[in-house]
Design a protein around this ligand. Structure first.
Ligand SMILES: NC(=O)C1=CN([C@@H]2O[C@H](COP(=O)(O)OP(=O)(O)OC[C@H]3O[C@@H](n4cnc5c(N)ncnc54)[C@H](O)[C@@H]3O)[C@@H](O)[C@H]2O)[C@@H](O)CC1
Ligand SMILES: Nc1ncnc2c1ncn2[C@@H]1O[C@H](COP(=O)(O)OP(=O)(O)O)[C@@H](O)[C@H]1O
Ligand SMILES: [K+]
Length: 480
């Protein structure tokens, strides 16, 4: 598992550790890791030209000490001080002693244009709001230069706790972060500013960090959660998933949701609705009925919503599924037919899988607001509906109805997934994992993981059916 901790947790753990180690030791650990990452990126340190963007806090101190280390290995460098009277004193002294030059913000753009490596030490976890006006031209010059831009701890200007970006921010090629990941490094729009991530261990005690705000499953976590048949299994014990999707107008959604469900580890898939002929043509193994979920036979989980439309039948399908005492996943059109009360009344788990537009409609906000504040939106929806919520998009987040539990972030998705019908495959897949017995947030986060991995293992441009066909490869890739 990869964890992201809040600024408050980092400060607490750093404080406890600082009381046990000599003064300045943590900053030296951070600087050593940062210098090593810079050296890796440069390939050859000797003769390389560095620029260090230095703000008024310890983030600038890390950058200056790291640069001093690289200068001692034969690089040359200039520190651009954004607040000259408040730059980190010892860091600056070490940098000067190693032969570093110093300039003010006005001289920054000129030196950046000739740099091989820019270290962004403007702000770290102490930053508030976007970059200040004097820093913005420097961030722009760094992005436009040919230099590798390495953010120290975080790209300056992004919100460490939420991934929100309020105003201009640094665009880094890589971020070297200390002690633990910060949520903002893993959630867009900030994550997109961070580039490749490298974590430097500075010795923080996990017990002092406490419960993470965010967690990201890794291959081993997914492998441990995947349902696998045993000698005792039969198709019913493996779980039966019901799919109520598609309509006369959108029969394709039924086919795609069933494709995902068949590849999700349940023993059988029941389909209920008007798309049965199309489903059978593609997937003859499906158990098809034409009525609503109520008359479809027993299942261990329902998936309801993709391509359902907004007819009376659609409404009955949603109401029937919600009335069943099994886990229910509601997606797409189904989301428009929900009320928070109907979901909160349920005793079995409910999983909602909106994209940003659907989440915005559920929250009564603009789509852009949801995209700019994904973490807040997913948490709010989970609280309002008392459900597990999987918010799709450039970053997929899964929030549990229990606000104390870390939100899960999926790291496998790629932008090629933004293709019609790929969400239908995800809902079938996740429903199947629910039917196989995974807890709601595990089903949702394992579903998102396999879905993203399948995209990575597909030919591009990919189609939704390609994605379903690639799921066995994703499954094998995780299990190897
Ligand atoms: N506390 C520790 O033990 C360690 C801290 N480390 C580093 O210290 C950083 C945190 O240091 P600080 O708490 O000093 O805070 P920062 O260096 O992140 O920034 C705080 C300073 O920036 C100013 N500032 C805030 N928002 C700004 C903005 N939008 N534009 C320009 N200036 C702004 C503030 O006035 C304050 O002076 C971490 O991110 C990490 O890089 C590391 O050295 C590891 C050890
Ligand atoms: N930019 C992106 N990067 C990564 N994944 C994305 C991106 N845009 C969309 N996706 C993923 O693609 C899928 C699209 O689902 P959805 O919006 O429901 O489409 P549809 O309704 O056509 O099936 C989701 O899994 C979503 O997370
Ligand atoms: K920074």
């Amino acid at each position: 598992m990869r964890y992201g901790h809040s600024v408050e947790a980092v400060r607490r753990a750093e404080g406890a550790l600082m009381a046990r180690v000599p003064e300045g030791a943590l900053m030296q650990r951070a600087a050593a890791g940062l210098a090593a990452a810079g050296a890796d990126l440069l390939g050859r340190v000797y003769g390389a030209r560095l620029v260090v963007l230095v703000g008024s806090g310890s983030n600038g101190g890390d950058a200056l000490f790291a640069a001093a280390r690289l200068l001692r290995r034969g690089a040359s460098g200039t520190a651009v001080l954004l607040a000259p009277e408040r730059a980190h004193g010892e860091g600056l002294a070490a940098f000067r002693a190693a032969g570093g030059r110093v300039t003010g913000a006005d001289g920054g753009a000129g030196v950046i244009a000739h740099a091989d490596l820019v270290l962004d030490g403007i702000t770290g976890i102490g930053g508030k709001g976007g970059l200040r006006p004097e820093a913005e031209p420097l961030a722009r010059a760094a992005r436009e230069s040919g230099a590798a831009v390495v953010a120290v701890d975080l790209p300056s200007g992004v919100d460490a706790d939420t991934g929100e970006v309020h105003g201009p921010a640094v665009h880094a090629d890589a971020t070297v972060t200390f002690g633990t990941y910060k949520p903002g490094l893993l959630i867009d729009p900030a994550a997109e500013r961070a580039g490749a991530l490298r974590l430097v261990d500075i010795g923080l005690d996990p017990a002092e960090l406490g419960t993470p705000a965010l967690e990201a499953l890794q291959h081993a976590d997914v492998a441990a959660l995947l349902p696998r048949p045993t000698g005792e299994s039969d198709k019913y014990r493996r779980g039966v998933v019901g799919v109520a999707a598609g309509s006369r107008r959108y029969p394709g959604a039924a086919v795609l949701a069933v494709s995902g469900a068949l590849r999700g580890g349940a023993g059988a898939v029941r389909y209920a609705g008007p798309g049965g002929a199309a489903v059978l043509a593609r997937h003859p193994e499906t158990l098809v009925s034409t009525g609503s979920p109520h008359s479809a036979g027993r299942v261990q989980a329902w998936v309801v919503g993709p391509g359902l439309g907004d007819t009376a039948e659609a409404r009955t399908a949603v109401d029937d599924a919600l009335a069943a005492d099994v886990p229910v996943l509601v997606d797409a059109d189904g989301l428009r037919l929900l009320t928070p009360e109907a979901v909160r009344r349920r005793t079995a788990p409910t999983v909602l899988t909106p994209h940003a537009g659907e989440a915005a409609a559920l929250l009564g906000r603009a789509r852009e607001e949801v995209e700019a504040g994904r973490l807040r939106a997913v948490r709010e929806l989970a609280a309002r509906f008392g459900a597990t919520v999987l918010l799709k998009g450039s970053t997929t987040l899964v929030a549990d109805p229990d606000p104390e539990r870390p939100v899960r972030v999926n790291a496998t998705g790629i932008a090629w997934l933004a293709t019609a019908g790929s969400g239908d495959v995800l809902s079938g897949l996740t429903g199947s994992l629910l039917a196989a017995g995974l807890a709601a947030r595990d089903a949702a986060s394992v579903g998102a993981y396999l879905h993203g991995l399948a995209a990575r293992l597909s030919e591009v441009p990919l189609t939704a059916l390609d994605l379903a066909d690639a799921l066995p490869r994703a499954w094998r890739n995780v299990s190897e």
